[in-house]
Design a protein around this ligand. Structure first.
Ligand code: ZN
Ligand code: ZN
Length: 359
């Protein structure tokens, strides 16, 4: 007992000494300098080494509120540049936190114009401009993208003026801070978005009726491939454009959970939320259906994102994934913000890492 009390006393004295020491301004100065230097240098340049395609979830949730997850956002890195599929709200915070270098931005590609896919477009444009993007931001999308870009541009026009006035044209040139909309017309079910060296990006039609058009994207680079579904039901075009893909990032709505929510709201007499729950059930894909899509397309790894509702803890993740293993016993990952898949060129390997854990 004596030894225990003696140890507790020693620890208390040591803690008091630490607390006293960090109050000293010169000590704080040293600690702050170290912290600033560490954060400033923590740029993930390894993600941009041109030996692999990499894909990171910068947002794994949908409109339903949840902690620690941004709304829909996927970053695909290939050929030294990164491409952002959808800028869901809070996704720019993730990208800035992970110190993704703005000088390497390729383009933004929008799947459709629901707010959980476009909410951060203005923030993404403003943040990457301030952090040194070399030119205007290109925003690809189906019909409607011009209107969306025009709207965000107008909403941020005053802020752009403030920034240039404050920091000067040398630092924040308004010509660089612009967004340029590139509206693509589907030729049948698809369109080529861009071909840049070894990178080819295609857009394909999905079914998110009554939202029309809604699209997904396929990225091919040096024999490796990534498909992002956007919001859709289980649809033939996703299966067609995901054939033999390495990674399929597919949306998932756990219908069995949403049905329960619908019944709960009905029992409470909340007609509005009951109706909304009912309406969303039939224009998304269940995790089981997404597993079927991945199987039918012979995809190596299926990653579920745009999770409705996004599971807030491990137990909820089990509920969310109920029945998936019966359809697809391996090659399925439930997405989270920061999940990164590395696809080395010249191999079939797919490695996973958590980018968020570095920060
Ligand atoms: Zn959505
Ligand atoms: Zn949607």
């Amino acid at each position: 007992m004596k030894i225990f009390l003696y140890s507790v006393g020693l620890i208390a004295v040591a803690l008091a000494a630490v607390v006293t020491t960090v109050q000293i301004p010169s000590v704080q100065g040293i600690l702050l300098e170290r912290e600033v230097a560490q954060r400033a240098s923590n740029i993930p340049e390894d993600l941009f080494v041109d030996d692999a395609v990499r894909v990171t979830l910068c947002g794994s949730a949908a409109p339903m509120p949840v902690r620690d997850r941004a709304a829909a956002c996927v970053m695909v890195i290939a050929g030294g540049k990164y491409y952002i599929v959808d800028t869901g709200n809070r996704s720019t915070n993730n990208l800035a936190l992970w110190r993704i270098p703005s000088a390497r931005v390729g383009a933004v590609l929008l799947t459709h114009f629901h707010s959980d896919h476009i909410g951060d477009l203005g923030e993404f444009n403003m943040t990457t401009w301030a952090q040194g993007r070399p030119g205007p931001l290109t925003v690809y999308g189906p019909k409607g993208v011009e209107q969306v870009v025009e709207g965000f541009t107008r909403a941020y026009a005053l802020d752009s003026l403030y920034r240039t006035a404050h920091h000067g044209k040398e630092i924040l040139d308004p010509a660089v801070g612009k967004m340029v909309a590139r509206e693509l017309t589907l030729d049948g079910d698809s369109a080529v978005v861009l071909e840049d060296g070894d990178l080819k990006v295609q857009m394909f039609r999905v079914n998110h009726s009554p939202i029309e058009p809604a699209v997904g994207y396929r990225f091919d680079y040096k024999g490796r491939s990534v498909v992002v579904s956007g919001d859709t039901t289980k649809v033939e075009t996703t299966i067609k454009f995901s054939q033999n893909a390495d990674v399929l990032i597919h949306e998932g709505l756990a219908r069995h959970i949403v049905k329960r929510m619908e019944k709960h709201f009905a029992s409470k007499g909340d007609k509005r939320l009951e109706k909304i729950m009912l309406d969303i059930e039939d224009y998304h894909t269940s995790p089981i259906e997404a597993a079927e899509v991945a199987n039918e397309a012979n995809v190596k790894e299926l990653v579920l994102y745009h999770l409705v509702p996004a599971p807030p803890h491990a137990l909820a993740e089990w509920f969310f994934m109920r029945g998936v293993k019966d359809i697809r016993s391996a090659g399925v990952t439930l997405g989270y913000d920061g999940l990164t898949l590395v696809l080395p060129v010249g191999s079939n390997e797919i490695r996973q890492l958590n980018l968020d854990a570095r920060y």
